[in-house]
Ligand binder design. Structure first.
Ligand code: ATR
Length: 279
């Protein structure tokens, strides 16, 4: 019997996850199916229950995307520490009645930075733009890489400050450097080696009011959105930064989920190359 997996989201029509997981399965010789399921806004839990109950093979796991990551967090009967820190779940495993919630987004970002982009966060001054779900999900994994600094800047300053305070106090988080929070005006005169855009501004191409000084010489600018040139990417390019979009993070978070489910780590380079050549 083929093990079944699915992605739940709304929308999911253009998702690359079924292609990515199908390529991983082929590469590693794993017998599994992976489908995208469009859940109604008020029907996430019911859609998951139906997926588990119906179908030929056993349902082993699922990925969760916008707008259900917080709901998946509440649905899980057990959480990993990284899901707990993120306050959101993007990976579910179904195991004898238990629903284990994990979050592989931060690990995906860190792996993309280190392995694909040669940008190790260790010792770097990092600026994280945004204080919503996407930002929250990557803070702990970034802190665990021992950056020199992690500053969170957000349009709504209080949200950045609150998030920084929360992670500064995280129990069991053995990091020497605490994150700090500010609004965009607080960035004046400051410079960073890695600037990560975790705002959703790229989706409506809004320009962030960033001083050019934030992009230090040889800075890497990372846009979590993929598949389009955002205003942030244009800004960073003009300032001389090396620019990356979030396609690598997408593939790496999928590989981490695949590893959680199957205990096998797929090679991501050929899959990333296949997606790039298709776009
Ligand atoms: P996500 O899950 O994608 O992080 P979210 O939780 O709604 O979505 O958070 C969106 C983030 O993008 C927030 O940090 C938001 O800033 P505010 O807290 O001030 O709302 C940020 N954001 C969205 N549009 C923006 C824009 N045009 N300019 C600056 N920040 C923006």
């Amino acid at each position: 019997m083929t093990d079944r997996y699915a992605l739940f989201g709304n929308p999911v029509g253009h998702s690359k996850s079924p292609r990515i997981h199908t390529l991983f399965a082929k590469q590693t010789g794993q017998d599994l199916s992976y489908e995208a399921i469009l859940a109604p806004d008020d029907g996430f839990a019911a859609a998951v229950t139906a997926f588990v109950a119906n179908g030929k093979g056993p349902a082993r796991g699922a990925n969760v995307t916008v707008p259900f990551k917080e709901e998946a967090f509440r649905l899980a009967t057990k959480l990993t520490s990284r899901a707990e820190a993120a306050g959101a779940v993007n990976t579910l495993s179904f195991d004898a009645g238990a629903v284990i919630g994990d979050n592989t987004d931060g690990a995906g970002l860190v792996r993309d930075l280190k392995t694909n982009l040669g940008c190790d966060p260790a010792g770097r001054r990092i600026l994280l733009l945004g204080a919503g779900g996407a930002a929250r999900g990557v803070i702990l994994p970034l802190l665990l890489e021992n950056p020199a600094e992690l500053l969170i800047a957000n349009r709504t300053e209080e949200t950045a400050a609150r998030l920084a305070l929360e992670f500064g106090r995280l129990p069991g988080c053995a990091v020497a450097v605490k994150p700090d929070g500010t609004g965009f005006p607080g960035l004046a005169g400051r410079s960073f080696d890695l600037v990560i855009n975790a705002t959703s501004a790229g989706l409506d191409n809004a320009v962030l009011p960033l001083p050019t000084s934030v992009f230090a010489p040889r800075c890497v600018a990372y846009e979590m959105v993929y598949g389009r040139e955002t205003a942030f990417m244009a800004q960073a390019r003009t300032a001389g930064a090396r620019v990356a979009d979030g396609l690598g993070m997408l593939v790496e978070q999928a590989a981490e989920a695949f590893f959680v489910w199957r205990g096998v780590r797929p090679h991501t380079a050929p899959v990333l190359a296949a997606l790039k050549s298709a776009s």
